[in-house]
Design a protein around this ligand. Structure first.
Ligand SMILES: Nc1ncnc2c1ncn2[C@@H]1O[C@H](COP(=O)(O)OP(=O)(O)OP(=O)(O)O)[C@@H](O)[C@H]1O
Ligand SMILES: [Mg+2]
Length: 332
């Protein structure tokens, strides 16, 4: 039986600075901490540019060479970022399934889909070619690719965008990962296919104790899939809570804005979260809270320093001085 409840992946003090095209440096990830346990699904939300993808790339050790990063990523007790490159790649290949935001970036145009699915299964699970082909076809069937056996020899350009996205999900599941890390994996899919994939992920969590980190803009997906949620803003985690707490009693003014917009009557379900006037900063301000310029609740201290993550319950914290219960400053 999978050991539920024990953290399988723990991220501590993750920082990442990237260099943009103009040469300007962007502090894309600033002190991100979280943990995910076997069988648990952690949803990650936040509007475009909040650092979700860079966080995932940093924890996988996949940032461009020009990036600077630091922090600790414990996967089943080992610090992934401290491992030499080939060892890290092996550990990642065997234990972490990753679905990238851009499906094409995960696929090689010159190899067939079958080959790209089967190679990792042969390397990490020791399957024969025949067994790997059978498993590849089965996985493609599970993600809704018609006639999967006949399509293993096809190349990426012979599939539609939505099919490629589903194929990358099948590939990420191929080696029975202990953690599935998925970056907006269902955005390009229609609702029925999305529901089918969410049901598959729920089943694998229950059956295999697979942990899941699921980045999405869709709060409906969060509500159906995630046990806990991280809300990111300007490279930081600004609120962390169980899904029920977050949806029922959001604390940060940013989270409250997101939810109010998503739940407003007749509001179209937002594909891109941008309900709060203004834009997230490309570079966090030197002083004070990075959300302050857009915040209707800002207090005097919000200009002076960035709020730390304040623990307000078991596994619940918020990086905000304002307390929605009183409308004033939080105690402590
Ligand atoms: N390769 C890169 N080089 C320089 N800056 C980058 C690079 N990739 C991302 N950034 C910057 O890092 C910040 C965080 O970007 P990131 O891609 O993590 O956002 P995101 O939350 O995943 O957004 P989205 O919802 O649009 O996918 C942004 O300011 C972005 O412009
Ligand atoms: Mg992204």
């Amino acid at each position: 039986m999978p050991d539920r409840g024990r953290p399988v992946l723990e991220v501590r003090g993750l920082e990442a600075t990237l260099t943009g095209r103009s040469g300007a440096r962007v502090q894309a990830v600033r002190g991100v901490d979280f943990a995910v346990a076997s069988g648990e699904c952690l949803g990650v939300v936040g509007e475009s540019g909040s650092g979700k993808t860079v966080t995932l790339l940093a924890l996988l050790g996949l940032l461009p060479e020009t990036a600077h990063w630091s922090g600790e990523v414990r996967f089943e007790g080992r610090d992934l970022l401290a491992l030499p490159d080939p060892v890290r790649r092996r550990a990642r290949g065997a234990g972490l399934g990753v679905v990238f935001q851009e499906p094409l970036s995960a696929l090689n145009p010159v190899f067939s889909i079958g080959y790209q699915m089967m190679e990792p299964m042969r390397a990490h699970l020791g399957l024969t070619r025949r067994a790997a082909a059978a498993r590849a076809a089965e996985l493609l069937e599970l993600v809704g690719i018609p006639e999967p056996g006949a399509r293993l020899g096809d190349f990426p350009h012979q599939f539609s965008g939505g099919q490629l996205q589903r194929i990358t999900i099948a590939m990420a599941l191929a080696c029975d990962p202990r953690v599935l890390i998925a970056d907006e994996p269902t955005t390009a899919l229609d609702v029925t296919v999305q529901a089918q994939i969410l049901a598959l992920i729920r089943r694998l969590r229950a059956e295999l104790g697979m942990a899941v980190i699921w980045v999405t803009h869709d709060l409906g997906v969060v509500a159906t899939l995630a046990d806990r949620v991280l809300v990111m803003y300007a490279g930081r985690v600004i609120e962390q809570a169980t899904t029920a707490e977050l949806l029922g009693d959001p604390q940060h003014p940013y989270t409250r804005g997101l939810l109010a917009a998503a739940l407003a009557p007749r509001a179209p379900r937002p594909r891109r979260l941008r309900p709060i006037p203004g834009h997230p900063p490309a570079v966090a301000p030197a002083r004070g809270c990075s959300f302050r310029p857009r915040c209707a609740e800002a207090l005097a201290q919000c200009a002076a320093r960035e709020p730390p993550r304040i623990v307000i319950g078991p596994r619940r914290d918020v990086a905000c001085f304002w307390d929605p219960a009183t409308g004033g400053a939080r105690d402590g």
